[in-house]
Design a protein around this ligand. Sequence first.
Ligand code: NI
Length: 214
Amino acid sequence: MLLKLRYYGDPILRRKTVDVSPEELLSSEFQEFLRDLAETMHAEDGVGLAAPQVGSEKRVCVAADGETVHVLVNPRIRGRSIQLTCDNEGCLSLPGLQAQVARHERVIVQALDPQGHPIEIRAKGLFARVLQHEIDHLEGVLYIDRAEPNTLVWLERKGEDEVDRVPVELAEVKRVFARRYHQGKSREELSFDPPSFQQASQIPSSGGGDERRG
Ligand code: NI
């Protein structure tokens, strides 16, 4: 079953998630939820998807490493390279937007698999970026919180394979999302701003990169 996506401004995207208990994990309902999460990621053409993005407060996400989809329960980053790389990022909860984000080049992630067995993933490059993006979601953090200054753009399709990158201020993005995805809701019912978190170190933009949506 495809799950309904939540969009920027929805308060659930700004809440810290809670760990999944062993009993809950093995329940048929939760196993089905994990399958639905992966199915929804594929349907939306994403490379990752976190539970808050489909309205769940559980600490789970899915992340693609090429053709392999990893289902991560209670994931946590246990190791980070000192080296950072900057590249474009997008998010299924912020359609049409992209920004440059500095991420650790390598990370070590510990989690449970869907059967509750401990796993450890050593990731680098794009997969490491996806994992950091998805695990941020589980803390209520969005990539725009970590974006390099003045790199946020709207992607506007101009014909077949031409895309315009139009710089935009975050204040304007908030207005557009309130109007486009939360019509009829008052500003008090929406939540755009991040919980407090450790800002990633700022490094110069490297430019380039494909569209990546988590
Ligand atoms: Ni995302």
